[in-house]
Design a protein around this ligand. Structure first.
Ligand SMILES: [Zn+2]
Ligand SMILES: [Zn+2]
Length: 369
């Protein structure tokens, strides 16, 4: 029998101090479940939320990608493969919910990540709606939320180490259509950039150049598969010339922008070879504009540039399978560099903002892990 109330971190408004409130246990309709939270991540989006840079229904319970143990269900539940999900199973879930499959973007454009009806745990649900964020002792799985069981060989900490960056990176690498042996540059070495490097390497890329800062993150990118790294203190023209030397003087086949810096988009267009591909996935909030030169950087270059927004269930499903298969080769688990209980959630946000942790995680029930 679940406890009658559960503690959760509440972000009351932009730039307001976090607090902890108690929430009633939801009654579980058929198809619903209650998770006892093991881990919920803290990502750059949470920092943006706290600074009011995204339009969300404050107060909210933050935490979009999480792992938990099924504590109770509202009746029989199965995953997409027909396997039973039962009490005691360790699961994660697609934080995006209620994609309608009934609108222009879902059905005609077939771009479900642009469905206007989608809801996201920890972001677009208000705390008034209940336990719908991961920085909480328990998370309410509403009917229809897509849960994925973590296979026994996948440590929960390995999956959460990748976190939502893992899923974003998989979508971006899919869009980049990396072919065997192609050169790839990844701009930005935060959680998204690190997973882009790992997936580029698993895709059979040749030279993989990681560009970013600080230096320990560049060193970590090497363990993810980067073959060359450039610190941002190397002047830009030197980085560009070095990348050219590595690629027969042409420039890089594929550039993935995962930094969130507007300047990086312009740099990506300078690094890519003629006829190459650029994927932009680092700009989840408005960090400002940048000037591009349409003749030299786009038209004459015959370059393909794609923006990557959100992720779908298929990315999420494959991200679980990929971390299970390759978690011993690609050290996602070691990306977790800060672990915080609910009462220290402010410190966790600060660690991510100050980049002292690549990935901070909230552990609402530290006795369970
Ligand atoms: Zn829709
Ligand atoms: Zn995130």
């Amino acid at each position: 029998m679940p406890a009658s109330t559960h503690a959760a971190v509440v972000m009351p408004a932009a730039d307001a101090p976090l607090r902890i409130d108690a929430f009633e246990t939801p009654s579980l309709a058929p198809g619903a479940a209650l998770l006892r939270t093991l881990y919920s991540e803290v990502c750059g989006t949470d920092v943006h939320l706290h600074h009011g840079k995204l339009d969300v229904p404050f107060p909210i319970i933050p935490g979009h990608v999480s792992v938990g143990v099924v504590e109770a269900t509202g009746g029989p539940l199965t995953d997409v493969e027909g396997n039973t999900i039962k009490e005691g199973d360790v699961v994660t879930f697609l934080d995006v919910h209620e994609t309608c499959n009934n609108c222009y973007y879902c059905l005609v454009a077939r771009q479900p990540t642009k469905c206007p009806r989608r809801k996201v745990y920890g972001i677009t649900y208000s705390a008034r709606d209940g336990l719908l964020g991961g920085w909480a002792e328990a998370i309410w799985m509403k009917p229809g939320v897509k849960m994925v069981k973590l296979p026994p060989e996948l440590e929960p900490e390995t999956f959460i180490g990748g976190g939502c960056g893992l899923v974003t990176a998989l979508h971006a690498v899919d869009m980049a259509e990396i072919r065997l042996g192609e050169s790839v540059a990844v701009l930005g070495v935060g959680p998204v950039g690190q997973s882009c490097v790992a997936f580029a390497s698993l895709s059979g890329a040749g030279e993989i150049v990681a560009i970013g800062a600080p230096r320990p993150r560049l060193e970590f990118a090497r363990t993810m598969g980067a073959t060359t790294t450039f610190d941002l203190d190397v002047p830009e023209h030197e980085r560009r010339e070095s990348a050219r030397r590595l690629t027969g003087g042409r420039g890089v086949d594929v550039v993935i922008e995962a930094s969130g810096a507007p300047e990086a988009v312009r740099q990506a267009l300078d690094l890519v070879r003629d006829g190459g591909r650029v994927v932009v996935c680092g700009h989840y909030t408005d960090n400002g504009a940048v000037e591009v030169h349409p003749h030299w950087q786009l038209n004459r270059k015959h370059v393909e540039i794609k923006g990557c927004w959100g992720s779908r269930y298929d990315h999420f499903h494959r991200a679980v399978a990929l971390t299970a298969r390759y978690g011993s080769q690609k050290p996602w688990r070691e990306m977790v560099s800060g672990r915080f209980t609910l009462d220290r959630a402010s410190e966790a946000l600060h660690a991510v903002e100050e980049r002292t942790a690549i990935k901070a995680v909230i552990m609402p029930n530290p006795g369970l892990v």
